[in-house]
Design a protein around this ligand. Structure first.
Ligand code: UDP
Length: 472
């Protein structure tokens, strides 16, 4: 893949080893950072599990200075019951393999200068320290979410540490100066003890923070930008953390326009079948299409799909809906769609090139689970959001979208944690309609898109920060 963008000016050829967990939401920003560093003149080794690499190998970019290596060769976990043993095996074998990889590079005269690791892999910091290799944590969530983890687990006054765990989750809340209060419903769900994944994720997040605290001035790269999250980023100044905002980590064609041919992350774990949906989009009016996607992990239950379907039928607006082929109800929903939306104007696809879709002039709003990549992609594209968060940091992102950035609304769920058809319709009319709220939301979308494009330009905050990283 050839990319055209202003060079980041590497003073020498540093070697970065980037490690990420094998899920789409982690691979995309980590791979984008790998491409950016390689483009800036660094040598970059991208590593994830063998299973992860295999699933993305067909779309991987070929770029000077960028190579791919596996740090774990056993099969990835397949079910949630096996997740816990997979995670401990990943830690054990991953640590051993990482040491071997570091040694091998040293023998080859290509010593690793900086190890960059992402969420769920806190043990990488331990290996890095033992090997005397500088490391940086890559936060692929928003700065607000990372501040919340820090408020929970920091050794000085962490809510979790001080309380010896959270007992009453309904009363827990987090205040970050100048941001609205994050109550239980806005916190990353894995932090709440009732969450089914909390027993696995809480210790990992706690370990991440503890590992960072072992360094005098720990380095954290964040997939956000200073103008977007000034308040959350500033909070870290009191904690001697070197937080470097290097986002938005998205294919550069979407921030640099014709200056770049980099139109996709290059690590798709799912297959698109074909690109026919672009022709379909080309025939739609500007800002008329509702784009619906819940990312790579959320699976909607049948009731939720039916409610969305009814809501769509009633709004009579065209829509493009991603229902992954791994979803066992994909065929059922297609059938229902044909029955219910007679003469309707909708398309269901198993996967799409999301960033290209969001950048298409026909898209009028994005119904999303608010994964951080999707949220950031929407911000860069200037597309209003209807947030339907399910788990993890999605709740925090939806809060930021609605109350801080003003680029969308968060749908209200009923008792069954389902967004009803009337609520769905209400949100659609609010963000796409001509009312004052819709106009305000579209104004904010335009504003943030403008800022996102500025920060990557020569002299922009992210561009400057990336230069400092290439030279780190
Ligand atoms: N994505 C895509 N095509 C799709 C759906 C999603 O390329 O049809 C990409 C999307 O652009 C984003 C990633 O998959 O970069 C999903 O990451 P996110 O953080 O939004 O959610 P997660 O999948 O981690 O829940």
């Amino acid at each position: 893949m050839e990319m055209h963008q202003p060079p980041l000016i590497a003073t020498n050829r540093r070697h970065f080893l980037l490690m990420c967990f094998p899920v789409q939401g982690h691979i995309n920003p980590t791979l984008q950072l790998a491409k950016t560093l390689a483009h800036g003149g660094a040598k970059v080794t991208f590593t994830t599990t063998g299973g992860g690499l295999q699933s993305i190998q067909q779309t991987l970019p070929s770029l000077k200075g960028l190579t791919f290596v596996s740090f774990y060769d056993a099969p990835d976990h397949e079910s949630s019951d096996g997740f816990s043993s997979f995670m401990s095996d990943l830690r054990k074998s991953g640590s051993e393999n990482l040491l071997k990889i570091l040694d091998k590079f040293e023998e080859m005269g290509q010593k690793v200068d900086c190890l960059v690791y992402s969420f769920l892999l806190p043990w990488v910091a331990t290996v890095a320290r033992a090997s005397n290799v500088p490391s940086a944590f890559l936060s692929i969530q928003c700065a607000a979410a990372f501040s919340i983890y820090h408020r929970f687990f920091n050794a000085h006054d962490g809510i979790y540490n001080v309380n010896g765990g959270i007992k009453d989750e309904s009363s827990v809340s987090v205040k970050i100066p100048r941001l609205p209060l994050f109550s239980a419903a806005d916190l990353p769900t894995f932090l709440l003890p009732d969450d089914p994944m909390s027993h696995l994720v809480i210790p990992l997040m706690q370990e991440h923070i503890q590992e960072l605290e072992k360094d005098d001035e720990p380095c954290v790269f964040m997939n956000t930008f200073e103008e977007l999250e000034e308040d959350a980023i500033n909070m870290f100044k009191d904690y001697k953390m070197n937080v470097i905002a290097i986002g938005p980590l998205i294919p550069s064609a979407f921030t640099r326009g014709n200056d770049s041919t980099d139109k996709s992350y290059g690590g798709d774990m799912f297959h698109k079948i074909d690109d026919h949906y672009f022709q379909w989009l080309d025939n739609k009016d500007e800002h008329s299409v509702i784009y619906i996607s819940f990312g790579s992990l959320v699976v909607l239950n049948k009731e939720q799909k039916e409610e969305i379907l009814h809501g769509l039928r009633e709004t009579k607006r065209p829509f493009l809906w991603v229902i992954r082929s791994t979803d066992s109800e994909q065929e059922y929903i297609k059938q229902s769609l044909e029955n219910e939306v007679k003469n309707g104007d909708g398309l269901i696809v198993p996967w799409c090139s999301q960033m290209e879709v969001l950048a298409h002039k026909s898209i009028g709003c994005f119904v999303t689970h608010c994964g951080w990549n999707s949220t950031l992609e929407s911000l860069v594209s200037g597309v209003p959001i209807i947030g339907c968060p399910h788990f993890s940091d999605q709740t925090t992102n939806a809060k930021m979208v609605e109350e801080v950035w003003g680029t969308g609304v968060r749908a209200r769920v009923n008792g069954e944690v389902v967004i009803g058809r009337d609520e769905f319709k209400r949100c659609l009319e609010m963000v796409m309609g001509d009312g004052e709220r819709g106009r305000e939301i579209r104004y904010h979308c335009k504003k943030w898109r403008g800022l996102a494009l500025e920060v990557v330009k020569e002299g922009g905050s992210t561009n400057n920060n990336l230069k400092s990283v290439v030279d780190i």
